[in-house]
Design a protein. Structure first.
Length: 295
């Protein structure tokens, strides 16, 4: 563990449409509480595109990481659309990141780039905290990207026995089921092709796509597929009250907002960046104090 002393640490977040992210406030406040002068920079591909006058996308990840290294960053968080695209630019992966095929935290140390995934543990902790006794045996998941891989893994660890995964890219859903199947041989994991039928036989829904974010408003599925007995878990947290959660709560569904995952993935990332064990309850309280707007 690194010595707790007043020192400067620079970290950041790479992604698209991330200006409402609460990660900077969470990390800076926890750093201050631990005697760190921690700076957290948003590296927003959308803003880089505006400044450049052309689209800056995942093809720029190598240059972005080199710049972060040059500037002495301790690491970066990675979000949509870069959680899988960043992997070819890394030197090694933690066992969990390798199993998931997705990275949300990159540690830059001693000239090496090491990819980790704290989304899986972050989602699991948030779900356990919000709905500790909910039947999750049959779950429908929307989204098979980088966040979807972590969330699916978490739900299977938590006890889901039948997981049906939907994605606009059917091949991506199939690839995720193939990756998960040998890790959870007792579970039935399958790509979905009939959302209405899957929801009719499910205990609940996990949503792991960008739909509902400030930059991607709307519902990820028809509202009439939700029933009061369903649980609905969301990974989007800006805004904290997505359209999906608003509709689900109005129908009487038990819900999990994206706040728990946001906090607990940050807990794991802070630990990796700094070597200091963060105070999770303090970070949860700080997140709650920021309100529900996501700003």
């Amino acid at each position: 563990m690194l010595e707790r002393s007043t020192r400067t640490i620079q970290v950041g977040l790479i992604g698209s449409g991330i200006q409402l992210s609460r990660s900077p406030a969470l990390h800076v406040a926890e750093g201050r509480a631990n005697g760190l002068a921690l700076s957290y920079e948003l590296i927003d591909l959308d803003l880089l595109s505006e400044k450049a006058g052309h689209t800056v996308g995942i093809e720029a990840l190598g240059d972005i990481l080199r710049d972060a290294e040059r500037r002495g960053f301790a690491g970066v968080n990675v979000t949509h659309p870069a959680k899988q695209a960043v992997i070819p630019h890394l030197d090694s992966l933690s066992p969990e990141a390798e199993a998931l095929g997705a990275v949300n935290t990159v540690v830059l140390r001693d000239g090496r780039r090491i990819g980790h995934n704290t989304d899986c543990s972050g989602f699991a902790e948030g779900f356990r905290l919000a709905l500790p006794r909910t039947d999750i045996s049959a779950t429908v998941q929307l989204g098979a990207g980088g966040a979807g891989a972590a969330v699916a893994h978490a739900m299977l660890q938590l006890g889901t026995k039948h997981l049906t995964i939907f994605d606009n890219d059917a091949a991506r859903a199939e690839a995720l089921t193939q990756r998960l199947a040998p890790l959870f041989p007792q579970a039935r994991i399958a790509p979905g092709d009939d959302l209405e039928a899957a929801m009719a036989g499910a205990n609940g829904l996990v949503h792991a796509t960008p739909t509902g974010m400030a930059a991607h408003p709307g519902l990820p599925l028809p509202a009439d597929l939700l029933r009061p007995e369903h649980f609905v878990a969301e990974i989007v947290y800006f805004p904290l009250e997505t359209e999906l959660l608003r509709v689900a709560r109005a129908k009487g569904c038990a819900t999990v907002d994206g706040g728990g995952m946001a906090v607990f993935q940050a807990v794991g990332a802070f630990r990796l960046f700094t070597g200091i064990e963060p105070d999770a309850p303090r970070m949860l309280a700080h997140f709650a104090a920021m309100g529900t707007s996501g700003t």
